[in-house]
Design a protein around this ligand. Structure first.
Ligand code: NAP
Ligand code: ZN
Length: 352
């Protein structure tokens, strides 16, 4: 193994109300199964903001967010089989899981029965904190490292590692394909990936937005129709017509108007994880059509690789706005105003 320096530069939140600021710490020395990665780009997910500001009431400080990581391998442990120095790789939302429960054996590490280890904010059920991708390097067990093939658009690939897999996984799980009428709610980081991926799967995609000025973009990204969700007449025109709806909204909102648009037996899956609970659903909207409300969390390692390969094959990347590391606090404020087209990505060369 070549010399790897554990000293790592980063940006961290020290408490919920503090802006992110420079921070440094030491990564572990790579073990036999570890891959050490120089981080080139990191996407900015709304979950980073929820975590930095302790909106899920589980943040361990200091908090270094970032789980849409692409970079270059700088060192590998002796037992690493699939990666070598110089490879272009990705790391998503997980860096470990128990690897022995039945769920891990199925390749569903995100639902690990003993709790997966998040790329940032540590293991779900106690243990040491982990520091994410707003940093110069990361050391990850080979099992959780992904191969990135469309290396010419590396910055725009970064958001696939969370926004891409979080939308791809439920679209696959609920069998979206040709001839299906599929709704995507919210045109943010997740939503714009959902539109692109569902369209590539052959679905008739309808985008629901609270921002009428995003209409042209939604059509350009692959939606066939756009509905302003606050407009009751526009909503009513689609009653009982959807095979599937994927809801990516980052804020608490009324779910009933969307449930009313599902066909009998159809499902709306929530991936958005707002700070405050939704005020609904009402029971009748569900029982009067045997409709289903579900949830979905990111995707497993194998499925993440499948998604990256699918996106490479269909030439799908994220629409990004590149920022410097020191613009992160401003980027969070803009994200809260739905003012991002459609993912901020940090150029880690600006970390200083
Ligand atoms: P984002 O880029 O901020 O996009 C969220 C979108 O939601 C906005 O662009 C906006 O779209 C819509 N929206 C915002 N406030 C709204 C409101 N009050 N009412 C209705 N719509 C509103 O966020 P993101 O990074 O895509 O993440 C979305 C959510 O998914 C976050 O809660 C995040 O934590 C969660 N997440 C979950 C998973 C998982 O595994 N389940 C993974 C990653 C992220 P319009 O302007 O089009 O209305
Ligand atoms: Zn994320």
């Amino acid at each position: 193994m070549t010399q790897y320096k554990p000293q790592t530069r980063a940006y961290a939140a020290q408490q919920a109300t503090a802006p992110l600021a420079p921070f440094s710490f030491e990564r572990r020395v790579p073990g036999p199964n570890d891959v050490a990665i120089e981080i080139l780009f990191c996407g900015v997910c709304h979950s980073d903001l929820h975590t930095a500001r302790n909106e899920w009431h589980n943040t361990i400080y200091p908090s270094v967010p970032g789980h849409e990581i692409v970079g270059r391998v700088v060192a590998v442990g002796d037992a690493v089989k699939n990666f070598k120095e110089g490879d272009t790789v990705g790391v998503g939302c997980m860096v470990d899981s128990c690897q022995h429960c039945a769920t891990c054996a199925e390749g569903l590490e995100q639902y690990c029965e003993n709790g997966f280890t998040g790329t940032y904010n540590g293991p779900l059920f106690g243990g040491e904190n982990t520091y994410g991708g707003y940093s110069s390097s990361i050391v990850v067990s080979e099992k959780f490292v992904l191969k990135v093939s469309h290396t010419d658009k590396l910055a725009a690939v970064a958001p696939l590692l969370c926004a891409g897999i979080t939308t791809y996984s439920p679209l696959r799980q609920w069998g979206v394909g040709k001839g299906h009428k599929v709704g995507i709610v919210g045109l943010g980081g997740l939503g714009h990936m959902g539109v692109k991926i569902a369209a590539a799967m052959g679905a008739h995609v309808v985008l629901f937005t609270t921002s009428p000025d995003k209409k042209a973009d939604a059509l350009r990204l692959g939606a066939k129709e756009v509905v302003v969700s606050k407009n009751e007449d526009e909503m009513a025109a689609h009653a009982n017509s959807f095979d599937f709806i994927l809801n990516t909204v980052a804020a608490s909102h009324n779910l009933d108007p969307f449930i009313a648009l599902l066909k009998r037996d159809a499902t709306m899956t929530l991936v958005g994880a707002p700070e405050f609970p939704h005020p609904s659903p009402g029971v009748f909207g569900l029982i009067m059509g045997r409709k289903r409300l579900a949830g979905s969390l990111i995707g497993g390692v194998a499925e993440t690789q499948e998604m990256l390969d699918f996106c490479a094959q269909h030439d799908i990347v994220s629409d990004i706005e590149m920022i410097r590391m020191d613009q992160i606090n401003e980027a969070y404020e803009r994200m809260l105003k739905s003012d991002v087209k459609y993912r901020f990505v940090i150029d880690m060369a600006t970390l200083g």
